[in-house]
Design a protein around this ligand. Structure first.
Ligand SMILES: Cc1cc2nc3c(=O)[nH]c(=O)nc-3n(C[C@H](O)[C@H](O)[C@H](O)COP(=O)(O)OP(=O)(O)OC[C@H]3O[C@@H](n4cnc5c(N)ncnc54)[C@H](O)[C@@H]3O)c2cc1C
Length: 390
């Protein structure tokens, strides 16, 4: 995937294959393993990996364009892939300059390169951050770690871990037993010490397999990302685009798929002459196009001026607009299509449920709106709020 266009073309080629499998994995709540085999085969696990380490070296805008196309096929597949892209994209974002500024040890950079090379060779990573009771707030994590001879022992439990049981390794956030102010992230290989409990039977995004993960594992020191303890919150602040906006492109893709499915349904039933239906489709088309523009604007700015206050504003706007638009558009498209589209197995019935998850996925639409409101009113949106952002 050297050519930028070829990865996008490949995503467009895969999307209809994903769409054809989506109903079955949604119905059974089963992981879309065949989609993931396609992604591996097409080299997508190396998308965010620098070319020097064997990957495609994509930036955030390129990722967002690809995520949108994959999500038009199956939002659940694109969402799980987003977790892998977030891990590899954030690792690739630790440039040598940033590593110097943070004082990261050389062994940590060697470990970073090993993780990225493995991804370019077909390994894929899931994110095990959320916990029952803490959500995704890093500052509230109860999973803990302590130093042991040559490494760390991590114990605890995670929930909503997309791709649990299928990933090659898991990014696990945990709190230090010795110094509870330190929250760190580890990349832990699948295997002994990680046990999946199949708890995910949800309204939407059923095929993400976002199960619980029980952890009692000892890892070598190289598993600590960055090589220094306490970097989890720093990473969230340095890469708000991965923590906040990377799902945005996925949910805009789901919204566009809902419009496409409605158009197909309406045309097949010869309902296109009805003004109310036409207007619903027209409004939905404009809303999705506007949300898509906001996502691309945020992504363009992330590539051009990462961390800039205006970039961050666009990142939070993009997530808010994508999540809200997906839910509203899918609901309207279902209403335009009528009751026959509500039957189990109809694409709109699934897309309606999948789109519903967009606003709930952190940062939730309410949290995004609060962040933007504090900012607009002249406060510091990262620290002024009724609850910690992370
Ligand atoms: C399809 C899907 C896949 C997911 N995959 C993963 C995954 O792979 N890995 C992973 O770690 N997690 C994943 N998540 C979990 C997701 O990150 C959780 O939604 C998250 O942990 C939040 O949990 P919660 O919604 O239960 O609770 P909370 O975060 O506690 O939210 C509850 C309510 O409180 C509000 N709220 C929360 N914080 C604030 C605040 N600071 N200010 C104001 N209001 C606030 C929210 O808006 C919401 O209304 C996934 C979620 C979904 C829907």
């Amino acid at each position: 995937m050297d050519e930028q266009a070829s990865a996008l073309d490949e995503a467009r080629r895969l999307a209809p294959r994903f769409a054809a499998r989506a109903a079955a994995s949604d119905r059974d709540g089963s992981f879309p393993a065949d989609d993931f085999a396609d992604l591996r085969e097409s080299g997508f696990f190396g998308l965010m990996v620098p070319a020097a380490l064997g990957g495609a070296g994509a930036g955030f805008l390129r990722y967002a364009n690809i995520a949108y196309e994959l999500a038009r096929g199956n939002g659940a597949t694109a969402l799980v892939f987003n977790m892998h892209a977030s891990v590899t994209g954030a690792l690739a974002g630790v440039t040598d300059g940033l590593a110097d500024a943070l004082g990261l040890p050389p062994e940590a950079l060697a470990a970073r390169d090993d993780h990225l090379k493995a991804a370019a060779s077909g390994s894929w990573y899931a994110v095990a951050m959320s916990e029952r009771g803490a959500g995704s707030r890093l500052s509230q994590m109860t999973t803990s770690y302590q130093n042991v001879d040559g490494g760390y022992r991590i114990t605890g439990a995670k929930t909503f871990c997309s791709g649990a049981g299928y990933a090659d390794a898991y990014l696990i956030a945990a709190r230090s037993v010795t110094d509870p102010t330190q929250v760190s992230q580890f990349l832990v290989p699948a295997g002994d010490g990680l046990t999946v409990e199949e708890t995910w039977d949800a309204l939407g995004m059923r095929a993400t397999g976002s199960h619980d993960l029980h952890i009692d594992v000892t890892v070598p020191a190289s598993a600590l990302l960055g090589g220094l303890e306490g970097l989890a919150l720093v990473a969230a602040q340095l890469s708000p685009h991965w923590m906040v906006a990377s799902y945005a492109a996925v949910y805009v893709g789901v919204a566009r798929a809902a419009v496409d499915a409605a158009v197909e349904h309406v045309n097949a039933r010869k309902l296109g002459g009805l003004p109310a239906i036409r207007a619903r489709i027209g409004r939905a088309d404009a809303a999705v196009a506007a949300a898509h523009l906001a996502v691309r604007e945020a992504a363009r700015r992330v590539d051009e001026s990462p961390g800039d206050p205006e970039t961050n504003r666009w990142v939070w706007r993009a997530k808010l607009l994508a999540g809200t638009t997906a839910a509203e558009v899918a609901a309207s498209m279902l209403e335009a299509a009528g009751t026959s589209a509500m039957r189990r197995g109809h694409p709109l019935e699934r897309l309606y449920r999948d789109a519903r998850a967009g606003s709930l996925q952190p940062a939730t639409s309410d949290v995004c709106a609060d962040w933007l409101g504090v900012d607009a009113l002249g406060g510091d949106p990262d620290s002024d709020g009724v609850a910690p952002r992370w």
